[in-house]
Ligand binder design. Sequence first.
Ligand code: UD1
Length: 355
Amino acid sequence: MKKILTVIGARPQFIKCAPVSQVLRKKFKEILVHTGQHYDQNMSDVFFEQLSIPTPNYNLGIGSSTHAVQTAQMMMKIEEISLSEKPDAILVYGDTNSTLAGALVAAKLLIPLVHIEAGLRSFNKKMPEEVNRVCTDHLSKLLFCPTDVAVTNLLNENISQGVHLVGDVMKDAIFQVLENLDVSTVLQKFDIVENKKYYFFTLHRQENTDDLDRLSRILNFVSFSKYPVIFPIHPRTRKVIEQNNIRIPQNIILHPPVNYFESIALQKKSECVITDSGGMQKEAYILQKPCITLRPETEWVETVQDGVNILVDDNAEKFIEAIQKYQNNKIVGTFVRYGDGKASVKIVETLEKSI
Ligand code: UD1
């Protein structure tokens, strides 16, 4: 059996890896490496338990640091493991520092690199994620794209070999979860009685948390919303808020990070999702919920084109306009994108032919 070494490390990668690993392990020997980029119980372990992700063969325990230190430490250990395991390919997901570390090691050791969620671009190189994805795509042998926009982005950078449009593995994950999701138990836990209206809000991007004026502005205008705002707070954001004594407006209800089932249930029943996360813009779309995005641009441009995602950046007026638009108009988006929930199967079929 051919061997694939998969590198994961951050919350969204655990979710993406769950459906792929299931299928992959029927045809390949998978060596799972967890870099430790996310290490809190509620940022990591809970996803492994809930999504039945196999226990990693290696846990690198790298944790937080500056970008260079974090990435370099990951590379040193991934190189060592790759030299002893001799995989036939290295598989990475998305755009985190763990993705980049895996990609660079594969390139240097001449091991074929496979990138799932290839071709996404925000065209904003100030985002660490944009740098990570551009580098990773240019080093990959096989590139699995979730959308036709992603395929076009790659073509525009002269990448056409090894590109496959398969749909989005997050859709696979959501479809699986929806089969056994007990929404009402989740709502009870969050004290949401039947038909109570609320917004679901997340914020963690470096561009939003590290500029204090911007962070306070966003928290303030988000709290103008008509209904309560449920805010599971990322550790990065919590740290900045606590260290700087930033006041949380009353309408915003803080929670520790939620698990995947809770996140899906809370999004599904919300009036609207308010976020700066890449993954949640897409999850909201798959769950047929409108989204307001607290960024100037998005990689998921098709959600905006379909009229169900509005980019408000840090602008209070645009935010209020967006909330009103969603309140007054029925959402007419088609919600049909991101594949058929079988991206994982298509990916593994292609891997069988190509690795
Ligand atoms: C990372 C990814 C981002 C992804 C996000 C999902 C990069 C560059 N960014 O951002 O693309 O959307 O994960 O959540 O890779 N921390 C904890 N406990 C944890 C994890 C992090 O306290 O379990 C704290 C760290 O101390 C650090 C901060 O959160 O100060 C940021 O963590 P980091 O891994 O650098 O990036 P994320 O913001 O999570």
